[in-house]
Design a protein around this ligand. Structure first.
Ligand code: NAP
Length: 259
């Protein structure tokens, strides 16, 4: 299927590794010029080169912390009028809510709620003026199926979903859609850090936790960043103009509900 987005421009946040990289790569494979961000410049540069060499599109790395105003300003300076925006940032650390301070909560809200809202605010009106825009927020299965130790993520991301549920209905008449893409377990550094945390807690090897988790998923495995990226690219395509405000769960069937 031709996604119809060749020559479009995208900002993909937090994209030197993992799911963001998967999205940037899949969009680039469809001919989209991408600006990618991350904090570690060397890894980001290497990813930019890898995607550029593979696809031949323009890939512009912008090093910076996307959860800060300066980081967002830098990304927008490199691509002031994106057709596509993929919001992403690192997830908050796991822990026990009794240990979290107000500052921990503000940090989580900044990273996983307010950063996406600020970037939507900066780009959505231009998209509406031009009559095309696709915004995808990478969030988490935890919005539908909370995980106890990820309380900071559960709370902040639920806030973003609430915001998107409202605003996404006000942009679709101008062919600008806003949807959330909710990863279940994908084999990335982030996922592996969760197993390391559990290993630290109970003394069992992280590899054991990982094997058990993979086996307990209905698919018997974890997802890959490539699979995730391709679904994201489809959500950014010309074919999804009638799809907005949706929470698309990609979890190998782990969520056990009908809806
Ligand atoms: P990952 O493999 O650890 O990759 C994270 C990427 O984001 C890296 O490129 C990292 O680069 C960048 N990044 C992190 N914080 C950033 C910041 N403040 N500013 C700019 N770039 C930043 O993580 P992932 O698995 O792809 O996860 C992506 C998101 O999906 C996270 O929010 C995670 O919580 C969520 N999620 C993942 C899973 C899963 O199974 N993988 C499941 C549910 C939810 P630098 O460190 O160099 O900045």
């Amino acid at each position: 299927m031709d996604l119809g987005i060749r020559g479009r421009s995208a900002i993909v946040c937090a994209a030197s590794k993992g799911l963001g990289k998967g999205c940037a790569t899949a969009l680039a494979e469809e001919g989209v010029n991408v600006v990618i961000t991350a904090r570690s410049e060397d890894v980001l540069e290497a990813t930019a080169k890898e995607i550029r060499d593979r696809t031949g599109v323009n890939v512009t790395p912008v090093a910076g912390d996307i959860t800060t105003e300066a980081g967002r300003r830098a990304a927008l300076a490199a691509c002031p009028d994106p057709d596509i925006l993929v919001n992403n940032a690192g997830g908050p650390p796991p822990g026990n809510f009794r240990d979290w301070t107000r500052d921990d909560w503000i940090k989580a809200l900044d990273a996983n709620m307010i950063t996406a809202i600020e970037l939507i605010k900066a780009t959505v009106d231009g998209m509406m003026d031009r009559g095309f825009g696709r915004i995808v927020n990478i969030t988490s299965q935890s919005v539908k199926q909370p995980i106890d130790i990820l309380g900071l993520s559960n709370g902040a991301r639920a806030g973003l979903h609430g915001f998107v549920a409202g605003v996404s209905r006000t942009t679709v008449h101008r062919n600008v859609t806003i949807n959330n893409l909710l990863p279940g377990p994908f084999d990335t550094d982030r996922l592996n850090s969760g197993f390391a945390f559990r290993a630290q807690k109970d003394g069992r090897p992280a590899a054991e936790h990982k094997a058990e988790a993979a086996a307990s998923n209905p698919s018997g495995r974890f997802g890959t960043a490539d699979e995730f990226g391709r679904v994201c690219a489809f959500m950014c395509s010309v074919h999804t103009g009638y799809m907005t405000g949706q929470n698309v769960l990609l979890d190998g069937g782990a969520y056990p509900g009908t809806f």
